[in-house]
Design a protein around this ligand. Structure first.
Ligand code: COI
Length: 351
């Protein structure tokens, strides 16, 4: 397919899509929807701006706050599409349920989201390199103004957007975390709630002070099984197989992970989703064969890991340009940018 040259014509003025810091610049609008008296009101597209909240706002005190991360792309033919928005909104409903918050009507919110992205589509450039996209952040927060420890009776759904580019620009150095815990069975690790991120900051900060980019969490009860990496799921490619941990309810069910696993299956690559003991990974790393380890997430997309520290010893994993992880990344990008057939109907077009 021939690539249309969009350059910066028709795009947000005064914004340099080739050089920017993620998460600092909002687009012009946001979606707002409010819940009170047992029901959600209508979705409204409003100018992006500050919120007027009481300091008593329940969500600020007791953590009833869930969010999602979705991306929109401009395809090579110029159309804008959102990647798997229903799957993300359905996952948000699982998060809402677990946090005792009211679920949303996915189709209603999807219609609002479509309108929001169509309204702000000058913020979605076509850039075939660096994964430049529009990052969409839906968030639901408890807004009842009351200090008592209780389930809120009022909520606000906000959807805001910001441009995003390749998040990790070089292979990562990670540490296998066997002391601190992100999530335990029976807890909230599988949902996208704010506390999962806040609680991970301190161990990640300590690891960063030791020169690591991220930690890989292990299971809370035995610290033996690999879980996820906080900002992304993890996967291993070894011996022609793509392997990724099953974390039960302590690992976020990644939409990007689900997509790359499906693409691997589509291309006849063997996929295993099962518990992975770190000792199994150690065996691969100590052997003389090639092992690829990488993160997978909406923001991270596919993030190669070049070094992993396990029990104080640093091991290297393969990040050479012919790695399978780059193949996965390019299959995904071909679909999102409309360079190949979207056999699974993952692209949701807004125009
Ligand atoms: C995402 O990949 O969408 C995330 O939510 C990860 C993180 C930046 C919060």
């Amino acid at each position: 397919m021939k690539t249309k040259n969009y350059s910066n014509k028709g795009l947000a003025k005064d914004f340099d899509f080739d050089h920017f810091i993620f998460g600092k610049t909002p687009t012009d609008h946001m979606l707002v929807m409010e819940y009170s008296e047992g029901k959600w009101g209508a979705a409204e597209i409003a100018p992006f701006g500050p919120l007027n909240l009481s300091p008593f706002t329940l969500g600020l005190h007791y953590g009833q706050l869930v969010f999602e991360g979705i991306k929109a792309f401009r395809s090579v033919s110029g159309q804008v599409s959102i990647f798997r928005p229903r799957t993300h909104l359905e996952r948000m409903n699982h998060s809402l349920e677990r946090m005792c918050m009211p679920t949303i009507d996915v189709e209603v919110v999807l219609a609002g989201l479509k309108e929001l992205v169509a309204t702000d589509q000058k913020w979605v450039p076509l850039r075939e390199k660096n994964d430049i996209a529009l990052y969409i952040r839906p968030l639901v927060v408890a807004t009842e103004a009351r200090l008592g420890v209780k389930i809120s009776s009022e909520y606000k759904l906000l959807i805001m957007c910001t441009p995003i580019r390749k998040y990790y620009t070089k292979p990562l150095k990670v540490k296998l975390e066997r002391q601190f815990v992100r999530a335990a069975q029976g807890g909230v690790g599988f949902v996208k709630c704010a506390g999962n991120y806040g609680g991970a900051f301190y161990p990640t900060f300590l690891a960063q002070q030791q020169g690591f980019d991220q930690v890989i969490w292990t299971d809370a009860s035995t610290h033996t099984y690999l879980e996820e990496s906080g900002t992304m799921n993890i996967a291993i490619y070894f011996d022609g197989k793509l392997i990724t941990p099953i974390g039960g309810d302590s690992v976020l069910k990644g939409v990007t992970l689900d997509s790359v696993l499906q693409l691997a299956v589509d291309h006849n690559v063997e996929v295993e989703q099962r518990p992975i003991a770190y000792t199994e990974l150690l065996e691969y790393l100590k052997g003389r064969r090639r092992v690829e380890i990488f993160g997978v997430g909406t923001v991270a997309v596919v993030a190669p890991i070049s070094h992993i520290e396990i029990e104080g010893i640093e091991y290297t994993s393969y990040v050479g340009g012919d790695g399978f992880m780059y193949q996965l990344e390019s299959w995904l990008s071909d679909i999102r940018l409309g360079r190949t057939n979207d056999d699974h109907n993952w692209n949701y077009y807004v125009d």
